[in-house]
Design a protein around this ligand. Structure first.
Ligand code: AMP
Length: 401
Protein backbone atom coordinates (compact mmCIF):
# COMPACT_ATOMS: atom_id res chain seq x y z
CA UNK A 1 0.00 0.00 0.00
CA UNK A 2 2.78 2.30 0.99
CA UNK A 3 4.77 1.54 -2.14
CA UNK A 4 1.80 2.47 -4.25
CA UNK A 5 1.39 5.85 -2.63
CA UNK A 6 5.02 6.73 -3.26
CA UNK A 7 5.37 5.46 -6.78
CA UNK A 8 3.68 8.35 -8.44
CA UNK A 9 5.54 10.97 -6.51
CA UNK A 10 8.80 9.28 -7.21
CA UNK A 11 8.32 8.85 -10.91
CA UNK A 12 11.03 11.32 -11.87
CA UNK A 13 13.50 10.39 -9.24
CA UNK A 14 13.66 6.62 -8.73
CA UNK A 15 17.06 5.02 -9.10
CA UNK A 16 15.88 2.76 -11.88
CA UNK A 17 14.35 5.59 -13.85
CA UNK A 18 17.45 7.67 -13.38
CA UNK A 19 19.63 4.91 -14.74
CA UNK A 20 17.61 4.63 -17.93
CA UNK A 21 17.61 8.37 -18.31
CA UNK A 22 21.35 8.66 -18.03
CA UNK A 23 21.97 5.72 -20.29
CA UNK A 24 19.74 7.17 -22.97
CA UNK A 25 21.51 10.52 -22.90
CA UNK A 26 24.87 8.90 -23.07
CA UNK A 27 23.86 6.74 -25.99
CA UNK A 28 22.56 9.65 -27.97
CA UNK A 29 25.97 11.25 -27.59
CA UNK A 30 27.92 8.20 -28.69
CA UNK A 31 28.93 7.51 -25.11
CA UNK A 32 31.19 10.55 -25.10
CA UNK A 33 29.08 13.19 -23.45
CA UNK A 34 29.03 13.69 -19.70
CA UNK A 35 25.58 15.22 -19.98
CA UNK A 36 23.12 13.47 -17.71
CA UNK A 37 20.07 15.69 -17.95
CA UNK A 38 18.44 17.37 -20.92
CA UNK A 39 19.20 21.09 -21.19
CA UNK A 40 15.57 21.94 -20.54
CA UNK A 41 16.04 20.63 -17.00
CA UNK A 42 18.35 23.55 -16.26
CA UNK A 43 16.21 26.40 -17.45
CA UNK A 44 12.90 27.82 -16.46
CA UNK A 45 12.71 30.75 -18.82
CA UNK A 46 14.21 33.74 -17.10
CA UNK A 47 12.78 34.31 -13.67
CA UNK A 48 10.31 31.60 -12.81
CA UNK A 49 9.51 31.43 -9.14
CA UNK A 50 9.53 27.84 -7.93
CA UNK A 51 7.40 29.04 -5.09
CA UNK A 52 3.72 29.50 -5.54
CA UNK A 53 1.31 30.44 -2.88
CA UNK A 54 -1.29 27.79 -3.54
CA UNK A 55 -0.60 26.02 -0.27
CA UNK A 56 -2.84 27.30 2.39
CA UNK A 57 -0.99 27.63 5.68
CA UNK A 58 -3.45 26.55 8.36
CA UNK A 59 -1.44 27.23 11.52
CA UNK A 60 0.45 30.11 13.00
CA UNK A 61 3.25 29.43 15.48
CA UNK A 62 1.01 30.93 18.17
CA UNK A 63 -1.55 28.13 17.53
CA UNK A 64 0.78 25.36 18.65
CA UNK A 65 0.68 24.25 22.28
CA UNK A 66 4.35 24.75 22.88
CA UNK A 67 6.45 26.38 25.57
CA UNK A 68 6.16 30.17 25.74
CA UNK A 69 9.93 30.68 25.71
CA UNK A 70 10.26 28.40 22.70
CA UNK A 71 7.70 30.58 20.90
CA UNK A 72 9.76 33.62 21.79
CA UNK A 73 12.88 31.98 20.37
CA UNK A 74 11.03 31.17 17.14
CA UNK A 75 10.08 34.84 16.83
CA UNK A 76 13.63 35.95 17.68
CA UNK A 77 14.89 33.64 14.93
CA UNK A 78 12.73 35.69 12.57
CA UNK A 79 10.18 32.99 11.75
CA UNK A 80 6.78 34.62 11.45
CA UNK A 81 4.68 32.14 9.48
CA UNK A 82 5.29 28.37 9.37
CA UNK A 83 6.50 26.98 6.05
CA UNK A 84 4.26 24.25 4.54
CA UNK A 85 6.29 21.41 6.07
CA UNK A 86 6.22 23.12 9.48
CA UNK A 87 2.52 23.81 9.11
CA UNK A 88 1.80 20.13 8.48
CA UNK A 89 4.45 18.35 10.55
CA UNK A 90 4.67 20.19 13.88
CA UNK A 91 1.22 19.23 15.18
CA UNK A 92 1.46 15.46 14.47
CA UNK A 93 4.97 15.37 15.93
CA UNK A 94 3.69 17.15 19.04
CA UNK A 95 1.02 14.44 19.25
CA UNK A 96 3.74 11.79 19.32
CA UNK A 97 3.09 10.41 15.84
CA UNK A 98 5.68 9.07 13.44
CA UNK A 99 6.10 11.33 10.42
CA UNK A 100 7.44 10.95 6.92
CA UNK A 101 8.21 14.30 5.31
CA UNK A 102 9.09 14.32 1.65
CA UNK A 103 10.66 17.73 1.43
CA UNK A 104 13.77 19.31 0.05
CA UNK A 105 16.39 21.35 1.83
CA UNK A 106 15.23 24.93 2.01
CA UNK A 107 11.70 23.88 2.95
CA UNK A 108 12.22 24.64 6.64
CA UNK A 109 12.18 20.99 7.68
CA UNK A 110 14.86 21.46 10.35
CA UNK A 111 12.61 23.63 12.49
CA UNK A 112 9.68 21.33 11.64
CA UNK A 113 11.30 18.58 13.72
CA UNK A 114 13.38 20.68 16.16
CA UNK A 115 10.47 22.73 17.53
CA UNK A 116 8.36 19.75 18.70
CA UNK A 117 11.44 17.83 19.89
CA UNK A 118 12.66 20.75 22.01
CA UNK A 119 9.15 21.10 23.40
CA UNK A 120 9.03 17.39 24.28
CA UNK A 121 12.34 17.62 26.13
CA UNK A 122 11.20 20.72 28.02
CA UNK A 123 8.22 18.77 29.32
CA UNK A 124 10.08 15.54 30.08
CA UNK A 125 13.77 16.08 30.71
CA UNK A 126 14.60 12.38 30.45
CA UNK A 127 13.59 12.37 26.75
CA UNK A 128 16.52 12.10 24.36
CA UNK A 129 16.66 12.62 20.61
CA UNK A 130 19.10 11.28 18.03
CA UNK A 131 19.27 13.17 14.74
CA UNK A 132 21.08 11.31 11.94
CA UNK A 133 22.23 13.32 8.92
CA UNK A 134 24.41 12.64 5.86
CA UNK A 135 27.13 15.27 6.29
CA UNK A 136 29.12 17.05 8.96
CA UNK A 137 28.09 20.44 7.63
CA UNK A 138 24.41 19.63 7.91
CA UNK A 139 24.97 18.37 11.46
CA UNK A 140 26.71 21.63 12.40
CA UNK A 141 23.91 23.63 10.82
CA UNK A 142 21.18 21.73 12.65
CA UNK A 143 23.10 22.22 15.89
CA UNK A 144 23.25 25.97 15.22
CA UNK A 145 19.48 26.03 14.56
CA UNK A 146 18.97 24.04 17.74
CA UNK A 147 21.04 26.47 19.78
CA UNK A 148 19.06 29.47 18.57
CA UNK A 149 15.67 27.78 19.01
CA UNK A 150 16.55 26.55 22.51
CA UNK A 151 18.22 29.72 23.79
CA UNK A 152 18.03 29.96 27.59
CA UNK A 153 16.16 26.64 27.74
CA UNK A 154 19.10 24.46 28.86
CA UNK A 155 18.68 21.83 26.15
CA UNK A 156 22.14 20.38 25.65
CA UNK A 157 23.37 18.77 22.48
CA UNK A 158 26.41 16.94 21.20
CA UNK A 159 27.78 16.58 17.67
CA UNK A 160 29.02 13.13 16.70
CA UNK A 161 30.58 13.70 13.30
CA UNK A 162 33.54 12.32 11.41
CA UNK A 163 36.65 14.43 10.90
CA UNK A 164 36.48 15.84 14.41
CA UNK A 165 38.07 14.60 17.64
CA UNK A 166 36.29 11.48 18.87
CA UNK A 167 37.66 11.97 22.39
CA UNK A 168 35.91 15.30 22.70
CA UNK A 169 32.68 13.63 21.53
CA UNK A 170 33.12 10.83 24.09
CA UNK A 171 33.47 13.45 26.83
CA UNK A 172 30.38 15.29 25.55
CA UNK A 173 28.39 12.04 25.50
CA UNK A 174 29.35 11.32 29.12
CA UNK A 175 27.56 14.58 30.02
CA UNK A 176 24.34 12.92 28.81
CA UNK A 177 23.12 15.52 26.27
CA UNK A 178 19.41 15.58 25.43
CA UNK A 179 20.06 15.75 21.70
CA UNK A 180 22.77 13.98 19.70
CA UNK A 181 23.29 15.04 16.11
CA UNK A 182 25.59 12.88 14.03
CA UNK A 183 26.62 11.22 10.82
CA UNK A 184 26.04 7.46 10.43
CA UNK A 185 29.71 6.39 10.38
CA UNK A 186 30.68 8.18 13.60
CA UNK A 187 27.43 7.16 15.33
CA UNK A 188 28.19 3.52 14.51
CA UNK A 189 31.76 3.92 15.71
CA UNK A 190 30.70 5.45 19.04
CA UNK A 191 28.03 2.78 19.43
CA UNK A 192 30.54 -0.03 18.80
CA UNK A 193 32.85 1.48 21.39
CA UNK A 194 29.90 1.57 23.79
CA UNK A 195 29.94 5.33 24.36
CA UNK A 196 26.64 5.92 22.58
CA UNK A 197 23.69 3.89 23.88
CA UNK A 198 21.26 3.71 20.99
CA UNK A 199 18.56 2.11 23.13
CA UNK A 200 18.32 5.25 25.26
CA UNK A 201 16.99 7.36 22.39
CA UNK A 202 13.22 7.28 22.08
CA UNK A 203 13.10 10.05 19.47
CA UNK A 204 14.90 9.55 16.20
CA UNK A 205 15.20 11.76 13.14
CA UNK A 206 16.58 10.45 9.87
CA UNK A 207 17.24 13.59 7.85
CA UNK A 208 18.04 13.64 4.11
CA UNK A 209 17.76 9.87 3.99
CA UNK A 210 18.14 9.81 0.21
CA UNK A 211 21.50 11.48 0.49
CA UNK A 212 22.65 9.04 3.15
CA UNK A 213 21.81 6.23 0.74
CA UNK A 214 23.62 8.03 -2.12
CA UNK A 215 26.75 8.36 0.02
CA UNK A 216 26.62 4.64 0.85
CA UNK A 217 25.44 4.77 4.47
CA UNK A 218 22.63 2.22 3.99
CA UNK A 219 24.42 -0.55 6.01
CA UNK A 220 25.12 1.84 8.91
CA UNK A 221 21.53 3.08 8.91
CA UNK A 222 20.15 -0.45 8.95
CA UNK A 223 22.45 -1.35 11.83
CA UNK A 224 21.55 1.77 13.82
CA UNK A 225 17.80 1.17 13.32
CA UNK A 226 18.16 -2.44 14.49
CA UNK A 227 19.54 -1.26 17.86
CA UNK A 228 16.95 1.45 18.51
CA UNK A 229 14.26 0.88 21.15
CA UNK A 230 11.11 -0.67 19.70
CA UNK A 231 8.90 1.95 21.33
CA UNK A 232 10.00 5.27 19.94
CA UNK A 233 8.92 8.27 17.88
CA UNK A 234 10.47 8.15 14.42
CA UNK A 235 10.70 11.10 12.07
CA UNK A 236 11.87 10.60 8.54
CA UNK A 237 12.82 13.23 5.98
CA UNK A 238 13.96 12.80 2.40
CA UNK A 239 13.71 14.81 -0.80
CA UNK A 240 13.18 11.69 -2.91
CA UNK A 241 12.15 8.07 -2.39
CA UNK A 242 14.05 5.29 -4.14
CA UNK A 243 13.61 1.59 -3.37
CA UNK A 244 16.50 1.70 -0.86
CA UNK A 245 14.93 4.68 0.87
CA UNK A 246 11.62 2.87 0.97
CA UNK A 247 13.29 -0.12 2.59
CA UNK A 248 14.54 2.17 5.36
CA UNK A 249 11.08 3.70 5.77
CA UNK A 250 9.48 0.28 6.16
CA UNK A 251 11.81 -0.71 8.99
CA UNK A 252 11.74 2.69 10.67
CA UNK A 253 8.26 4.19 11.03
CA UNK A 254 4.93 2.84 12.29
CA UNK A 255 1.60 4.21 11.01
CA UNK A 256 3.26 7.44 9.95
CA UNK A 257 1.63 10.70 8.96
CA UNK A 258 2.86 11.28 5.41
CA UNK A 259 3.56 14.81 4.28
CA UNK A 260 4.54 15.73 0.75
CA UNK A 261 5.84 19.19 0.16
CA UNK A 262 6.18 19.62 -3.55
CA UNK A 263 9.15 21.61 -4.79
CA UNK A 264 6.82 24.34 -6.03
CA UNK A 265 5.76 24.88 -2.46
CA UNK A 266 9.19 25.32 -0.92
CA UNK A 267 10.17 28.80 0.15
CA UNK A 268 12.47 29.39 -2.74
CA UNK A 269 12.31 31.24 -5.99
CA UNK A 270 15.10 30.61 -8.40
CA UNK A 271 15.74 31.68 -11.96
CA UNK A 272 17.42 28.92 -13.91
CA UNK A 273 19.34 29.08 -17.16
CA UNK A 274 22.02 27.37 -19.20
CA UNK A 275 25.29 28.71 -20.59
CA UNK A 276 26.53 26.95 -23.69
CA UNK A 277 30.33 26.80 -23.86
CA UNK A 278 32.64 24.11 -25.16
CA UNK A 279 36.03 23.25 -23.65
CA UNK A 280 37.42 23.84 -20.17
CA UNK A 281 39.41 26.98 -21.01
CA UNK A 282 36.39 28.63 -22.66
CA UNK A 283 34.29 27.67 -19.67
CA UNK A 284 36.80 29.29 -17.32
CA UNK A 285 36.95 32.54 -19.27
CA UNK A 286 33.14 32.69 -19.45
CA UNK A 287 33.02 32.01 -15.73
CA UNK A 288 35.46 34.85 -15.01
CA UNK A 289 33.37 37.18 -17.16
CA UNK A 290 30.30 36.33 -15.07
CA UNK A 291 32.07 36.59 -11.73
CA UNK A 292 33.23 40.11 -12.57
CA UNK A 293 29.62 41.29 -12.92
CA UNK A 294 28.36 43.30 -10.00
CA UNK A 295 25.25 41.23 -9.41
CA UNK A 296 27.33 38.07 -8.78
CA UNK A 297 27.73 39.03 -5.15
CA UNK A 298 27.98 35.67 -3.40
CA UNK A 299 28.52 32.71 -5.69
CA UNK A 300 28.53 28.98 -5.04
CA UNK A 301 30.14 27.00 -7.87
CA UNK A 302 29.77 23.24 -8.19
CA UNK A 303 32.43 20.97 -9.65
CA UNK A 304 32.30 17.21 -10.03
CA UNK A 305 35.63 16.16 -8.52
CA UNK A 306 37.76 17.25 -5.57
CA UNK A 307 40.71 17.68 -7.92
CA UNK A 308 38.70 19.78 -10.38
CA UNK A 309 37.36 21.97 -7.59
CA UNK A 310 40.88 22.62 -6.25
CA UNK A 311 42.25 23.32 -9.71
CA UNK A 312 39.51 25.81 -10.57
CA UNK A 313 39.85 27.48 -7.19
CA UNK A 314 43.61 27.90 -7.68
CA UNK A 315 43.11 29.36 -11.18
CA UNK A 316 40.59 31.91 -9.98
CA UNK A 317 42.69 32.78 -6.91
CA UNK A 318 45.72 33.49 -9.10
CA UNK A 319 43.57 35.85 -11.16
CA UNK A 320 42.69 37.84 -8.04
CA UNK A 321 39.24 36.44 -7.25
CA UNK A 322 38.14 36.08 -3.64
CA UNK A 323 37.65 32.31 -3.67
CA UNK A 324 37.79 29.22 -1.45
CA UNK A 325 37.08 25.53 -2.02
CA UNK A 326 35.18 22.88 -0.09
CA UNK A 327 35.40 19.12 -0.58
CA UNK A 328 35.67 15.86 1.31
CA UNK A 329 39.48 15.84 1.51
CA UNK A 330 39.54 18.94 3.69
CA UNK A 331 39.77 18.54 7.44
CA UNK A 332 36.76 19.41 9.53
CA UNK A 333 38.49 22.58 10.77
CA UNK A 334 39.33 23.69 7.25
CA UNK A 335 35.76 23.08 6.15
CA UNK A 336 34.28 25.04 9.02
CA UNK A 337 36.73 27.90 8.44
CA UNK A 338 35.91 28.10 4.74
CA UNK A 339 32.18 28.01 5.48
CA UNK A 340 32.38 30.80 8.02
CA UNK A 341 34.47 32.92 5.62
CA UNK A 342 31.84 32.45 2.93
CA UNK A 343 28.96 32.99 5.34
CA UNK A 344 30.50 36.26 6.61
CA UNK A 345 31.29 37.50 3.10
CA UNK A 346 35.04 37.39 3.68
CA UNK A 347 35.19 35.12 0.64
CA UNK A 348 32.93 35.89 -2.27
CA UNK A 349 33.13 32.65 -4.25
CA UNK A 350 32.95 29.12 -2.91
CA UNK A 351 33.73 26.16 -5.18
CA UNK A 352 32.43 22.84 -3.86
CA UNK A 353 31.65 19.23 -4.65
CA UNK A 354 28.10 17.92 -4.22
CA UNK A 355 28.61 16.06 -0.99
CA UNK A 356 30.52 18.89 0.69
CA UNK A 357 27.81 21.39 -0.14
CA UNK A 358 24.89 19.20 0.76
CA UNK A 359 22.36 20.90 3.00
CA UNK A 360 24.39 24.07 3.39
CA UNK A 361 22.32 26.95 4.60
CA UNK A 362 24.28 30.06 3.73
CA UNK A 363 22.23 33.23 3.61
CA UNK A 364 22.13 35.42 0.52
CA UNK A 365 23.86 33.21 -2.03
CA UNK A 366 23.09 35.26 -5.14
CA UNK A 367 24.12 32.63 -7.72
CA UNK A 368 24.69 28.91 -7.97
CA UNK A 369 26.82 28.00 -10.97
CA UNK A 370 27.06 24.40 -12.12
CA UNK A 371 30.51 24.52 -13.67
CA UNK A 372 30.21 20.77 -14.15
CA UNK A 373 26.76 19.39 -14.80
CA UNK A 374 25.10 17.55 -11.94
CA UNK A 375 25.03 13.77 -12.27
CA UNK A 376 21.36 13.45 -11.42
CA UNK A 377 18.18 15.46 -11.15
CA UNK A 378 18.35 15.06 -7.38
CA UNK A 379 21.84 16.58 -7.30
CA UNK A 380 20.59 19.43 -9.46
CA UNK A 381 17.69 20.18 -7.14
CA UNK A 382 19.96 20.08 -4.10
CA UNK A 383 22.58 22.29 -5.73
CA UNK A 384 20.25 25.04 -6.83
CA UNK A 385 18.46 24.92 -3.47
CA UNK A 386 21.53 26.63 -1.97
CA UNK A 387 20.32 29.91 -3.49
CA UNK A 388 16.90 31.53 -3.27
CA UNK A 389 16.57 30.48 0.37
CA UNK A 390 14.14 31.92 2.88
CA UNK A 391 11.96 33.77 0.39
CA UNK A 392 14.82 35.39 -1.54
CA UNK A 393 15.27 35.37 -5.29
CA UNK A 394 18.20 33.24 -6.41
CA UNK A 395 19.84 32.43 -9.72
CA UNK A 396 21.12 29.11 -11.01
CA UNK A 397 23.30 28.79 -14.11
CA UNK A 398 24.46 25.53 -15.63
CA UNK A 399 27.33 25.17 -18.08
CA UNK A 400 26.53 22.74 -20.87
CA UNK A 401 28.96 21.69 -23.59
P1 AMP B 1 15.88 24.27 6.18
O1 AMP B 1 15.10 23.65 5.06
O2 AMP B 1 15.46 23.76 7.52
O3 AMP B 1 17.37 24.15 5.94
O4 AMP B 1 15.55 25.84 6.21
C1 AMP B 1 15.86 26.68 5.12
C2 AMP B 1 15.95 28.13 5.51
O5 AMP B 1 14.65 28.65 5.82
C3 AMP B 1 16.81 28.40 6.74
O6 AMP B 1 17.57 29.57 6.49
C4 AMP B 1 15.82 28.65 7.84
O7 AMP B 1 16.37 29.48 8.85
C5 AMP B 1 14.70 29.33 7.07
N1 AMP B 1 13.38 29.11 7.70
C6 AMP B 1 12.92 27.98 8.28
N2 AMP B 1 11.66 28.14 8.72
C7 AMP B 1 11.31 29.42 8.42
C8 AMP B 1 10.12 30.18 8.62
N3 AMP B 1 9.04 29.69 9.21
N4 AMP B 1 10.13 31.46 8.17
C9 AMP B 1 11.21 31.98 7.55
N5 AMP B 1 12.36 31.31 7.34
C10 AMP B 1 12.41 30.04 7.75
Amino acid sequence: MFQKSFNNHNRHFSGRHRFHFRKKNRQSNNGKSKKFLPESAYSRNSVAPIQNNTTEIKNQFSDFFIDKKLKENIALRGYITPTPIQDQAIQPILEGKDVIGIAETGSGKTAAFLIPLINKILHARQEKALIIVPTRELAVQINDDLKSLSRFLSVYSCLCIGGASINRQITDLRNNPSIVIGTPGRIKDLFNRRFLHLNSFKNIVLDEADRMVDIGFLPEIKLIISYLPKVRQSLFFSATVSSDVEEIINSFVISPVKIFVKSNETPVSISQDVIRVKGTENKISKLKELLRKEEFKKVLIFGRTKYGVDRLSKKLFLQGFSVASLHGNKSQNQRLRVLSQFRDNRVKILIATDIAARGLDIPDVSHVINFDEPATRTDYVHRIGRTGRAQKIGHALTFVG
